[in-house]
Design a protein around this ligand. Sequence first.
Ligand SMILES: [Zn+2]
Length: 97
Amino acid sequence: MSSQSDAYLDGNAAAGELNRIFAFDITAAQGQCVRCGAKRHFAEAHLYVECPGIVARCPVCGQVLLRLVNAGKRLLLDLRGMAYLALSPSEFEDSGV
Ligand SMILES: [Zn+2]
């Protein structure tokens, strides 16, 4: 049984907010966690929304992969938890980029 603070959504729930920044579907991209080296699709991340903004954590080790905060007139994006984010060309074509 999980407590309220352990509740998270999967990374797909971040698509709406992240589409404000990225011109492609980031949930289909594959990223690597800087802490444990796990390579997963962003959609597999554990997404926490009960905070000011959104926080995506590695599903393997819990490292923060991405933070997005709406700070008034600015959106602050922190991607330090990912070594890289990789997209295949077909993902660009699907999104019309
Ligand atoms: Zn990890």
